[in-house]
Design a protein around this ligand. Structure first.
Ligand SMILES: [Cu+2]
Length: 109
């Protein structure tokens, strides 16, 4: 077996590992807090494939409810809720229990 095989295989494995790591790093998880009846940050930009994680820090329930009807995430007191973004667009959302809690999610392709 020629000597060059070993460095080549090692390089391939390294390249594959590097690719795997970079692919998984593309999809991000973005946290949005709900505390004292406020959504923070109220404006978030994310990409398709990213995960939004709402963190309810209040002692009562909230929701993240899309005005266009695309999604409705229930957030029990002191609990988190997640949503994987499937399509691009700007979505206004609010809390069904506290309609003054409003925010905007902009999803880019
Ligand atoms: Cu609420």
């Amino acid at each position: 077996m020629p000597r060059w095989i070993f460095p080549t295989v090692a390089a391939l494995v390294t390249a594959t590992l590097a690719l795997g790591i970079s692919v998984s790093a593309v999809a991000a998880t973005i946290q949005i807090s709900m505390e004292n009846l406020e959504v923070a940050p109220a404006e978030v930009t994310a990409k398709v494939g990213d995960t939004i994680e709402w963190v309810n820090k209040d002692v009562f329930a909230h929701t993240a409810t899309a005005r266009n009807g695309d999604w409705d995430v229930m957030l029990p007191p002191k609990k988190n809720g997640t949503l994987v973004l499937k399509k691009a667009g700007t979505v206004d959302y609010y809390c069904r229990f506290h309609p003054n809690m409003k925010a905007t999610l902009t999803v880019t392709p």
